[in-house]
Design a protein. Structure first.
Length: 257
């Protein structure tokens, strides 16, 4: 026999246990798009305690829609290797251009990332960072619904050794930091330089170079990296996004204590 409050109690208890466990982590990834998922996958595979906070209901960022709602994505040879590791089917449509189903790609990225131990919290917005002696040492969280409703509700915090901003074009975590501390980022201007118009070849090449620590303990990956460092957008080719997430994970693995 099913009893409604028993169902509610199980949901509340299990969620709260996971949230309490996420109050002190090694790496907090903000944004569950492709680069954030890939970074979390490679970190969690190494036993590094990693959580993702995603402000939306859905996980996967812009990959779901492919290009202009045609649910196909393109990757180059290097990006295909990551899709192969995730068990995502690809087809070489033209030499050097591999096409995949965007729905399968997102579904398997999520499944693989969760299966290695990453906990994903959706419907949570990062509204601020905690700055202490070492730089960014935590995140300030609230429900996305609170932000959307413009309610004056105080947030809660989580402690983390490293943060990855994987929030895409808006580079939301870096933008909050810039607003609070001024021009102190590791860019040419010390500020967010802004995303340039589309140029897929250049954008893909420079994205990996832009994937780096932009402020002590704060890293940028995916489109957030190109937005922060003033590089072009790429459109629905996702190889660079995947490789950027992997690079962020590799950089953090080398320095995390």
């Amino acid at each position: 026999m099913l009893e409604e409050t028993t169902i509610s109690r199980i949901i509340i208890k299990e969620y709260m246990e996971e949230l309490l466990n996420a109050l002190d982590v090694d790496v907090a990834v903000v944004g569950a798009g492709p680069s954030g998922l890939v970074a979390s996958y490679y970190l969690s595979k190494e036993g590094i305690k990693t959580v993702i906070f995603e402000r939306k209901l859905s996980i996967g960022g812009g990959m779901w829609g492919g290009g202009m709602m045609f649910n196909k994505i393109v990757v180059q040879e290097e990006g295909k290797e990551i899709l192969d590791e995730m068990g995502i089917k690809t087809k070489e449509a033209e030499k050097g251009y591999h096409v995949a189903d965007s729905v399968e790609a997102v579904g398997k990225l999520i499944s693989k990332t969760v299966s290695v131990g990453t906990k994903i919290f959706n419907l949570i917005t990062v509204e601020d960072v905690m700055l202490k002696n070492r730089g960014v040492e935590g995140l300030v969280l609230n429900w996305t619904a609170v932000e959307m409703s413009n309610l004056h509700i105080d947030p809660l915090t989580v402690k983390t050794k490293k943060v990855i901003d994987a929030t895409g074009h808006d580079c939301e975590v870096v933008r909050v930091l810039e607003r609070k501390v001024g021009p102190k980022l590791s860019t040419e201007t010390g500020k967010i330089m802004g995303e340039k118009p589309m140029w897929a070849e250049i954008g893909e090449k420079i994205l990996i170079e832009n994937t780096k620590e932009v402020y002590p303990n704060l890293y940028v990956t995916g489109m957030a990296a190109n937005a922060v460092f003033g590089s072009p957008r790429m459109g629905p080719i996702f190889g660079g996004m995947l490789l950027s997430g992997k690079k962020a994970a590799e950089m953090i693995k080398k320095v995390i204590q």
